[in-house]
Design a protein around this ligand. Sequence first.
Ligand SMILES: [Zn+2]
Length: 63
Amino acid sequence: MSCARCGRGLTFNELGLNAKYNPQDKKLCIGCLAEWLDVPRVRLEEKIKEFLRIGCAMFAEEH
Ligand SMILES: [Zn+2]
């Protein structure tokens, strides 16, 4: 699946963020999602870490 705005391929964690914050069918990459939500991108990166810490299965450690 790719970003509905910029066409970039979506990572597992980006799909997780969409599941949490983007109710639309059109999925967005982290950059476009941050713009759409009007929050800084780092805030979403922190959220990924937070969900990882609590063991949410929608997110995985990326290398
Ligand atoms: Zn995008």
